[in-house]
Design a protein around this ligand. Structure first.
Ligand code: OOG
Ligand code: NI
Length: 268
C-alpha cells in the first residue's frame, strides 16, 4: 500500500500518460502558463473483473487504507457492470470510481476466456504496493482479445490493459481561465482532439448537478502473445459540478452519463 495519496496518484499518473500521450498534451493546454496553479483532478477510475481474485473490494482496499470512504453504488444493466465511488475526507484529493464486470452474466465462451486469464494471476498480486498500476498478469492472444470485444468492449479493454487508471478527470470548477465545460470542449476540438459524442458531447448538466465530457481513448500499439494490435488505451475526462439546493457541491456520479463515458474506450 502507498503511504500517501500523493505518491499513489503520481505513480498512477505516470503509468496513465505513458500510454495516453494526448492526456499529457491536454494537461499542458489546460494548465496554461507556468505560474498558474496545478490542474485539480475530480476523480480517477478503475476497472476490474467481479471474480474472487480481482473483485472491486481488492482495489478499494488500497484507497480505504488511505482514509477513503465508500459513498455511491451504481448499476449498469446493459454493460453488466457494477460500480462504487469513494471519497477522501480531504476534498482536494481526487474521488475514485471503481467498476467491476459481472463476468458470470456473459456467454460461456467469454467466461471461459476471462477465467483462463485470471487463473494465471497469483492471488497475492492484489496486495502489492503497485497493484493499482501493475497492468496485466496474463498472456492474451489477439484472437481472445477480438472474441472479448465482440461481446464486451469493457472485457477486451481490461484483458488487454489490466490494472491501471482507466482515466483521470479534470475538475473544470478549478480551472483558472476557463469557466464552462462547453468552453473546454471547444478548446479541445480546435486543438484537434476527438471527443466522445455518445449521448451528446456533454453528458448530464446542471439539472443533475454534474456535466461530463471525455476524449476518445488514444490508439496504442499493444503487444499480445502472438503479435501486436493498435487498440484503444485510455481517455481523459472533464467534469463540472454544480451546487445542490442544500448549498453543497454535488459529489456523486450520474448513471446515465457514466454509461456513455464507458464508451470512450470503444474502437473509433
Ligand atoms: C468509467 C466510466 C464512468 C464517470 O465519470 O461517470 C465514469 C469507465 O469508463 O471505466 O468514469
Ligand atoms: Ni469518470
Amino acid at each position: 500500500m502507498h503511504k500517501t495519496t500523493d505518491s499513489l496518484f503520481s505513480a498512477l499518473w505516470n503509468d496513465y500518460v505513458s500510454i495516453t500521450p494526448s492526456a499529457l498534451r491536454i494537461h499542458k493546454l489546460l494548465a496554461g502558463e507556468e505560474n498558474s496553479p496545478q490542474i485539480v483532478n475530480d476523480h480517477v477510475a478503475f476497472r476490474t473483473f467481479a471474480l474472487d481474485k480481482t473483485r472491486l473490494s481488492h482495489l478499494a482496499e488500497h484507497f480505504l487504507a488511505l482514509g477513503y470512504e465508500a459513498k455511491g453504488d451504481y448499476d449498469f444493466k446493459a454493460k453488466k457492470v457494477t460500480a462504487q465511488h469513494f471519497e477522501h475526507p480531504d476534498p482536494t484529493v481526487p474521488k475514485v470510481f471503481i467498476s467491476e464486470l459481472r463476468v458470470n452474466e456473459f456467454s460461456a465462451e467469454t467466461q471461459r476466456i476471462i477465467h483462463a486469464l485470471v487463473e494465471q494471476m497469483p492471488a497475492s498480486v492484489v496486495e502489492a504496493e503497485n497493484f493499482l498500476y501493475s497492468g496485466r498478469h496474463w498472456q492474451l492472444s489477439t484472437q481472445e482479445y477480438q472474441s472479448l470485444i465482440s461481446e464486451s468492449e469493457y472485457a477486451g479493454w481490461l484483458a488487454a490493459w489490466g490494472f491501471r487508471a482507466n482515466h483521470f478527470t479534470v475538475s473544470v470548477n478549478h480551472l483558472n481561465n476557463i469557466d464552462t465545460l462547453a468552453d473546454v470542449n471547444t478548446l479541445l476540438k480546435e486543438a484537434g482532439f476527438v471527443l466522445n459524442t455518445s449521448g451528446g458531447e456533454i453528458k448530464g448538466g446542471e439539472s443533475v448537478y454534474l456535466a461530463q465530457s471525455s476524449t476518445m481513448a488514444d490508439e496504442y500499439n499493444r503487444a499480445f502473445s502472438d503479435g501486436s494490435l493498435n487498440i484503444p488505451s485510455c481517455f481523459y475526462e472533464f467534469a463540472q459540478r454544480y451546487t445542490m439546493p442544500d448549498g453543497k457541491l454535488y459529489q456523486g456520479f450520474v448513471e446515465a452519463s457514466a454509461d456513455k463515458i464507458f464508451e470512450s474506450t470503444n474502437a473509433r
